[in-house]
Design a protein around this ligand. Structure first.
Ligand code: PHE
Length: 334
């Protein structure tokens, strides 16, 4: 009799419970209605009276052992499950912070540019990415078949045999035309937007990028005001000690035309970097939108946002801005 009881005890002790199935197998074998513990107590009737107390005590020990083993194994299993699902042992500890998203570096740069021009009294406008030849070229004083159109490698979009091809805008300047057609001066707007050029994809160039156009039209707008505005921008964007220079340039839609460079220091040394093109609105442009060029003058400028973001955040490959790789974007948590 005692051997039988000790045998059950040993079986309980050597039973391995590593998962839910084994836990259930244990319960069936020892703790169920027909289990070993219950049937062990069935043997009590064969025990002589004077031994009943001793055997009963041993049987109770075995029964408790079975229950303890079951409960302990259940708790252990639960714990390992919690670990698997990442639950913390101490629920009062602060949780690990999770990645909740961040501004794209292009949006960050764009927001800074917007803030600066809002301070300078500009409002924000926009226009379509799919343009016609008139807005993208003709009204901006690109003569038909003039090589000036080759300055920008254009993506053309064919609607039908009969209709004129549309273009993916090659710059944000066509929105100047839309604004001037829509509204009488004074106009003072910036126009952020995506533009497209048929260029080879490399670390330095891409088939799309972002520009911010600026347009100010009023009576007696001067070149001095243009330069003052651009210098103010450069100082607010790059710091009041920024080193800049203004060079003469050429665009069909401005006369005179200029470009602005800022001095940029990096590990590789310093260099001049072109940040924008600008100029006084060409009278031919005013003509094409029926603005009286005797009465009004104006200035316009256009800058690349990608370049600014790349300088600002030390990004050396423009393609990173468009891949949306989470490992890249995660680095711009504020
Ligand atoms: N549209 C020109 C470009 O894309 C930039 C520009 C805008 C120049 C406005 C002068 C005035 O290069």
């Amino acid at each position: 009799m005692l051997d039988k009881i000790n045998d059950i005890k040993e079986k309980i002790q050597s039973f391995s419970i590593e998962n839910e199935d084994e836990l259930e197998a244990f319960r069936l074998e020892f703790l169920s209605r027909n289990g070993k513990v219950q049937s062990m107590f069935g043997l009590m009737k064969d025990v002589p009276n004077e031994k009943k107390a001793e055997v009963g005590k041993l049987m109770n020990e075995v029964k408790n052992l079975a229950h303890q083993t079951f409960e302990n194994a259940k708790v252990e299993l639960l714990k390992s499950e919690e670990k698997e699902f990442g639950a913390l042992e101490d629920i009062t500890l602060p949780v690990e912070s999770t990645y909740t998203g961040s501004y794209h570096p292009l949006n960050r740069a764009l927001n800074e540019i917007k803030q600066i021009f809002l301070r300078l009294g500009f409002n924000i406008a926009d226009g379509p990415e799919l343009e016609d030849d008139f807005h993208n070229f003709t009204a901006l004083n690109f003569p038909p078949d003039h090589p000036a159109r080759d300055m920008q490698d254009t993506f053309f979009v064919r609607k039908s045999e009969e209709e004129q091809d549309l273009v993916l805008r090659t710059h944000t300047s066509p929105v100047q035309i839309r604004l001037m057609k829509e509204k009488e001066p004074p106009l003072r707007s910036i126009i952020p937007g995506r533009v497209f050029r048929n260029e080879a994809v490399t670390a330095k160039s891409y088939f799309q990028f972002n520009q911010v156009e600026g347009l100010y039209v009023n009576v007696r707008v001067t070149m001095g005001e243009l330069i003052e505005t651009l210098v103010m921008f450069a100082q607010l964007m790059y710091g009041s000690d920024v080193k800049y220079r203004v060079r003469p340039s050429y665009f069909p839609f401005t006369e005179p035309s200029i470009e602005m460079d800022v001095w940029w220091e990096s590990e590789k040394g310093g260099q001049w970097l072109e940040i924008l093109g600008a100029g006084m609105v060409d009278p031919n442009v005013f003509e094409s939108v029926d603005v009286d060029s005797e009465k009004y003058t104006g200035f316009a400028f256009g800058m690349g946002v990608d370049r600014i973001a790349m300088l600002r955040y030390g990004i050396d490959d423009i393609r990173l801005l468009y891949d949306n790789d989470i490992r890249f974007l995660e680095q711009f948590k504020s």
